[in-house]
Design a protein around this ligand. Sequence first.
Ligand code: PFF
Length: 455
Amino acid sequence: DQVKMTHDRQRGSFSGRIGYVLAVAGSAVGLGNIWRFPYLAAKYGGGIFLLIYILLTATFGYVLIMSETSIGRMTRKSPVGAFEAFGKGKANKVGGWLNAVIPMLIVPYYSTIGGWVVKYLVEYIRGDVQVLAQDGYFGDFISDSWQAEFWFIIFAILIFAIILGGVENGVERMSKIMMPVLVVLAVVVTVYSVTRPGALEGVKYFLIPNFSHFSWMTVVAAMGQMFYSLSIAMGILYTYGSYTRKEMDLEKSTTQVEIFDTAIAILAGLMIIPAVFAFSGGDASNLQAGPSLMFITLPKVFASMGIGTAAGILFFVLVLLAALTSAVSLMETSVSTFMDELHWSRRKSCFLMAVIMLVLGTASSMGYGLLDFIKIFGMSFLDFFDFMTNSVMMPLAALATCILVTKVIGFDKIIKEIESSSAFKRKKLYVFCIKYLAPVCLIIILLSSIANVLG
Ligand code: PFF
């Protein structure tokens, strides 16, 4: 016990299960839930998409979370150290660094979008509902490079302020305050939205499975979204797992995180789909606007409402909390890798990440303005980083985890780690999914991304 105590004193840790679950839920619930999930659900079949999404979460998502967190706890390391704990060969090095580099590439562009959210919130607080709803407003804003850069830096400062506080005082404390507020806000905005006149049609479209809307793409899109939403394959779950104590029930925590994440995604669907449905007179095509939904379509919906300013403020506070807790998890993982691998202090590691943020985040923020002339494979910086990480690197990183579990560590050890705190109820499901289902899903995701680029 003495050893464990010294260890916990050196390496940060969560104080208990609630802190852990809220921190992981904070990581999972992000822009992916509020901005990405509703438009994908609307585009790929509504209720049937939701059904498939839930099935995948309970199988494919479940085993990946369980694997990453248990390996993190077993090794007490962020991804690089975790992989290398099972041999210092090349394959383990590549697998570990692949998982570790992903959050470093994501957090800069995620923070660019976080900056846009802060900007919109500030505008709503100033009361400019109609201005935000004007045609071309969003495009003009993001192509104004110094503005975009300014809001990006504001968002980045918020993240660093939390990260410098450490695991218990920074990440955990923030999650314990912000996540309950987020839930309350989500419920308030949803209730408001579904009680608008004409909203019911949208609710039906979103919730009732209609099998004629089913297509192969429904499954592929649901797979990709589940992956994105649960913060899998970004090193985060290794790192957060490494901050947990041996007696914590990993299986129960994982189930709670998945329920939390899915519930918020459903609420986001309920707040956005019916409102846009009612606004466009039952026409679903507005919903498929994709990324612009949150910054272009919704402001128009808010402007058409009587109390649009209040709705806008509540909604963007909600999005800001979601984005902030996710960005913090990406940053904590990156910082943790430097602390583990370079044996640097938290401060010094933060400084290195600040440099990376400044370079990549500025490229993302200015990619629609001053740096518009630079395109990588036809994409702006932000789109390129998003594509590289989500479509290429993350499926590979998750495959590396599957291989690590099945070929290197072996099920027995993982199962033992999980059972060290409580009975492992879904052991058979776990073994089956990590061996067969997860690799197959991952290969399908990879192939579909490749097809997307070529097509
Ligand atoms: N899981 C979070 C979300 O749904 O927004 C965080 C996240 C997902 C960050 C995907 C980055 C990312 F590429």
